[in-house]
Design a protein around this ligand. Structure first.
Ligand code: ATP
Ligand code: MG
Length: 459
């Protein structure tokens, strides 16, 4: 993590020069008094419900060596290492931007509607077979998470994999400009944040902003299975190296043979491959994410032998196709996030399991879809395959539209509408789940992971 003297930090942050103890060494940055790193810089962030300035004195008491302070904010503690800046968040971003430029590390930026965290975790697993690799912790992918990720790099970090998320235009450009990626991956483009952005074109435009901060000549990898993404990338006129990946043969990097089933995915990139690339990760969409990671790992010289090794040991963050065992029942816990394309990916994962006794799909509301919400829920309902799903349970008012659209094609009693997760759980408790696969998929706010926990405890 960043280690600089107080006077260096003041200069980087654009703060007033410090008169007292300018040579004091400060190590690390934190924004939350619940986990203060001793000797670090505390940065007060203002949110809708809280103001970090109220916690500065406590942070210093708990061991922070220094703090930033927004000029004009009342109640500044009388402490020699409290440095005044225009806006602490902007100052933090300035420090991060400069720190990144002071290090020799290569930065890889990852954006897209779905699959950022999964791709980030896989890419870091591949790069760390050969390089000292740093990555975004969890999902810290916004205007605060990205600077904190950059500031978490060590002086000798060689590779940093940085996830970049957005909920509006201009955000990815700001993050990319801060991080200056040497390579980037655009994983996908779909209706996530349609409610915020209004049109699919703007969603695409927002993702492609990543190009604006890239270093000249860097690799831009993108999933070419989304034709609009390929077209959008072409329109950017990006002059560095572009590389498409995906299952479709039209992609520069695509598998010549592949499988995705109970054991995870496996594929060959070349007929001559001595052995397949494989990971115990479920879902063909995760295989596609792995292809994106491979494109970048190869670009930075990681040999296939190490890529295979890294992939075998790769693990995803929780609630993304996480497989949970409950006796003979397998639960696919995908309760982290939901939108049309990730529901499709999750359903495909459910279908790809080899012949369980029953397949059950528990589908909750997809939030933030704006005016098209009803139509998009109906669309999913229309796609559900009665030949491969034995029971559909919808959870929530929007998801009821999924049920409405599905019901005419399913036998009576095989589509059940539940108002909330408690009702869904009661309904599932009545079912025999022996040798069943249960997909649990819904937007995070529904908290469907509670269903997973209860079913697991039942066994
Ligand atoms: P967030 O915007 O919340 O940070 P993310 O882009 O980081 O999300 P992940 O956390 O990797 O995405 O995955 C979120 C959900 O999307 C999971 O349900 C996962 O299975 C699904 N998913 C992952 N990759 C893809 C993909 N390439 N296409 C469709 N769905 C995907
Ligand atoms: Mg994420």
């Amino acid at each position: 993590m960043i280690t600089r003297t107080l006077s260096q930090l003041a200069a980087m942050a654009g703060a007033d020069p410090v008169a007292d103890r300018p040579e004091l060494v400060v190590k690390g940055v934190c924004t939350d008094t619940r986990n203060i790193v001793p000797g670090s810089l505390f940065v007060p962030i203002k949110g809708p419900r809280f103001d970090g300035h109220h916690y500065v004195a406590e942070a210093l008491d708990r061991g922070a060596a220094a703090a930033l302070w927004g000029r004009g904010e009342p109640g500044r503690p009388d402490h020699p290492a409290v440095m005044q800046v225009d806006d602490p968040l902007l100052a933090l971003q300035r420090v991060a931007r400069q720190y990144r430029r002071q290090l020799a590390a290569k930065v890889i930026g990852i954006t897209g509607s779905n699959g950022k965290t999964s791709t980030k975790d896989m890419l870091a697993a591949l790069l760390s077979t050969m390089y000292r690799t740093h990555k975004t912790s969890g999902n810290l992918n916004n205007h605060l998470g990205v600077p904190l990720t950059l500031l978490g790099m060590e002086e000798d970090t060689e590779m940093a994999v940085v996830e970049m998320g957005m909920s509006g235009l201009g955000e990815i450009e700001a993050l990319s400009t801060m991080a200056g990626p040497d390579a980037a991956i655009v994983t996908s483009v779909s209706e996530v944040h349609l409610g915020d952005l209004g049109t699919r074109d703007r969603i695409l435009q927002a993702k492609l902003e990543i190009v604006k901060g890239m270093r000249p000549g860097g690799l831009l990898a993108y999933c070419g299975d989304y034709p609009q993404l390929a077209e959008g990338i072409a329109r950017t006129g990006y002059r560095g190296v572009r590389q498409s990946y995906g299952v479709e043969e039209s992609n520069r990097l695509h598998p010549v043979r592949w499988s995705a089933d109970d054991d995870g995915f496996a594929f060959q990139l070349d007929e001559e491959d001595p052995e397949p690339f494989a990971a115990p990760i479920h879902g063909r969409h995760q295989m596609v994410n792995a292809l994106g990671a491979i494109a970048v790992a190869r670009h930075f010289g990681v040999p296939d032998r190490l890529i295979r090794e890294g992939l075998r040991g790769a693990a995803l963050s929780g609630m993304r196709n996480e497989i949970v065992r409950a006796g003979s029942c397998l639960i696919v816990n995908d309760a982290y996030k939901s939108n049309p394309s990730s529901v499709r990916a999750a359903l495909q994962t459910l279908y790809d399991f080899r012949k369980p006794k029953r397949r059950i799909a528990v589908l909750g509301d997809m939030v933030e879809l704006g005016d098209e919400s009803e139509q998009l829920h109906r669309g999913i309902g229309g796609e559900l395959d009665p030949g491969r799903i034995d029971l559909v349970v919808t959870v929530g008012a929007s998801a009821a539209r999924i049920a409405e659209a599905a019901a005419p094609r399913f036998a009576a009693g095989r589509v059940v509408v539940c108002a909330d997760k408690a009702e869904a759980l009661d309904r599932l408790m009545e079912e025999s789940l022996d040798d069943a696969i249960v997909l649990i998929k819904g937007s995070r706010v529904l908290g469907l992971e509670r269903i997973v926990e209860t079913l697991r405890r039942r066994e």
